[in-house]
Design a protein around this ligand. Structure first.
Ligand SMILES: [Mg+2]
Length: 236
């Protein structure tokens, strides 16, 4: 493998989205003194709604601001504890707590430090630009990467090709040289967004998954750290 450049997904590839999300939702519930026995069902309902809305966004059916207002309008309608909040305010609080609940594992950081010595690295993430930026800042990621592109700035979410094209031109600009598609590897946990999206753009993918199914990817590892081991050993 003769890759020089890595496109890396953020959520559930280098940080746990679920952990950030759970931490933020628990803080919201604590804020309104919600009974502890109800927190799990609040988290489950939020996740169900949020997933539905993000899928609609990935299909280009709704925009980001519809996701953020509709997910909390739904929660307010289901839990009387939030009756005094409007969806926008609740969303703002949630996002603040979401940033505060973002953590990176020490070994993941160490692997990124080593990768950075060998590859150009750009984060390619579906998400709200300012929120993703604050989360990356919080965990000190900017010392370990060359840049990042969000779906909000690209105006298109993975798997659509435009976000990959923008990431490609951005890393070329940062490195001040042209980079061929066969030098690039996309690493991510979502088959539909990261693997199919990057393949359709014309670059190879490394799928991080513990699913044992028939879906195929040129490279496939159970964890991000295992992929890093391979990338640090191979490609000498
Ligand atoms: Mg992901």
């Amino acid at each position: 493998m003769d890759k020089t450049t890595l496109f890396i997904d953020f959520d559930d590839t280098i940080v746990s989205y679920m952990r950030s999300e759970r931490g933020a939702l628990e803080k919201l519930c604590n804020l309104v003194n919600m009974d502890v026995s109800k927190i799990n069902s609040m988290v489950a309902l939020y996740r169900e709604k949020n997933k539905e809305l993000w899928n609609m966004f990935q299909e280009g059916e709704i925009n980001i601001s519809q996701i953020t207002s509709e997910r909390f309008a739904y929660i307010i309608s289901k839990f009387h504890e939030f009756a005094n909040y409007d969806p926008e305010h609740l969303n703002k609080l949630y996002l603040r707590f979401f940033v505060q609940s973002t953590e990176i594992e020490d070994d993941t950081r160490l692997y990124l430090e080593k990768l950075k010595l060998k590859y150009n690295i750009i984060i390619v993430t579906n998400g709200i630009h300012e929120v993703q930026k604050k989360r990356m800042f919080r965990i000190g990621l900017f010392d370990l990467i060359d840049g990042f592109v969000s779906s909000e700035v690209a105006g298109a979410a993975k798997p659509r090709p435009h976000i990959f094209a923008l990431s490609h031109s951005k890393i070329e600009e940062i490195c001040e040289r042209s980079i061929a598609k066969n030098e690039i590897l996309m690493i991510g946990d979502s088959y539909s967004a990261d693997v199919v999206g990057s393949n359709n753009y014309g670059i190879d993918a490394c799928w991080i998954t513990d699913e044992d199914d028939s879906k195929d990817s040129k490279y496939k590892f159970n964890t991000f750290n295992e992929a890093c081991e391979y990338l640090l050993k191979g490609n000498q």
